[in-house]
Design a protein around this ligand. Structure first.
Ligand code: DQA
Length: 222
C-alpha cells in the first residue's frame, strides 16, 4: 500500500513557505501550510506566491486555544479562514469548535467549493472510545473529512483512537500524538487515512515522523 504524506509547514515568512513547500512537494503527496505561523498581514502574499501548488495543500490557521500560533481575535481568524477558502486548497482544516460556533462559515465555504477537514485535538489525553464516537458523530454533521487527534499515554490509548476506523475507513484521519502514538501515524494509513502528517526536519507536533523516515519504511514494502 502507498503511504501518502502531508508535510506540515511552519514557516514565518511567505518566502520561507514557498521555499519549503516546493521542497516538500518534490517528495510528498501533500503539504499543510500552517498560516498561523505567519503574521496575518503576510497571509495574502503567501497565498499569491504559492497558488500553483494549492491543489496539493491543506490550509490551517490554528488558534492558540487549539495548540496553534494565531494570536488575533476570533473575528479576524474567521475572516482569514474565509479568505483562504477562496484559494481552493485540497482541504481547508477548520476546528470543530470553530465550525460549530460560527453558523455562517459552512455555507460560506460551501460556495467556494473548498472541501472542509473538520478537526479536533486533545493535547493532554485520549478520551474513551464512547466519547470519541460522540465527538465523531457531531463532527460528521459538517463534513465527510474528519480529523481526530489525541495524545496517547499508553499503547491502549493508541488502540482506542484507531478504533474510530471501525466507523469510517475513507476520509478519516485519526491517530495519536506522543511517543506511544507514533505507531498510529503509520497504522492510520493501513486503516484508510488519506495521508499521514510528517515533518521536514523538526517535528511540528509530538511524535511526528520525518518525510524521509516514512519514505524509508515505505521502501521496505514489497
Ligand atoms: O492536526 C494536525 C496534526 C498534527 O498536529 C500532528 O500531530 O502531526 C500536525 C498539525 O500541523 C496538523 O494540523
Amino acid at each position: 500500500m502507498a503511504y501518502k504524506t502531508c508535510v506540515s509547514i511552519a514557516e514565518s515568512t511567505p518566502a520561507g513557505v514557498l521555499f519549503t513547500l516546493k521542497k516538500a512537494l518534490t517528495k510528498s503527496d501533500y503539504a499543510e501550510i500552517r498560516f498561523d505561523f505567519l503574521t496575518p498581514k503576510d497571509i495574502p502574499k503567501a497565498l499569491q506566491i504559492t497558488k500553483k501548488y494549492h491543489k496539493r495543500c491543506v490550509f490551517t490557521l490554528r488558534p492558540k486555544s487549539e495548540g496553534g500560533k494565531f494570536q488575533g481575535s476570533e473575528k479576524e481568524r474567521i475572516s482569514i479562514l474565509k479568505l483562504i477558502a477562496e484559494y481552493n486548497p485540497y482541504l481547508l482544516d477548520v476546528e470543530y469548535s470553530t465550525i460549530s460556533k460560527n453558523k455562517d462559515l459552512t455555507p460560506y465555504i460551501k460556495k467556494t467549493k473548498t472541501p472542509v477537514l473538520v478537526s479536533w485535538h486533545d493535547f493532554a489525553k485520549t478520551p474513551s472510545i464512547k466519547t470519541l464516537l460522540q465527538k465523531y458523530t457531531q463532527m460528521k454533521k459538517f463534513s465527510s473529512h474528519i480529523k481526530i487527534v489525541t495524545t496517547a499515554r499508553s499503547t491502549k490509548d493508541t488502540a482506542t483512537v484507531l478504533l474510530l476506523y471501525k466507523k469510517q475507513s475513507s476520509g478519516l484521519i485519526a491517530f495519536a500524538m506522543g511517543d506511544y502514538g507514533r505507531i498510529s501515524r503509520i497504522l492510520c494509513m493501513n486503516l484508510g487515512s488519506p495521508y499521514t502528517y510528517v515533518s521536514l526536519g523538526k517535528p511540528v507536533a509530538p511524535g511526528q515522523f520525518s518525510l524521509d523516515e516514512i519514505k524509508s519504511l515505505q521502501s521496505l514494502q514489497k
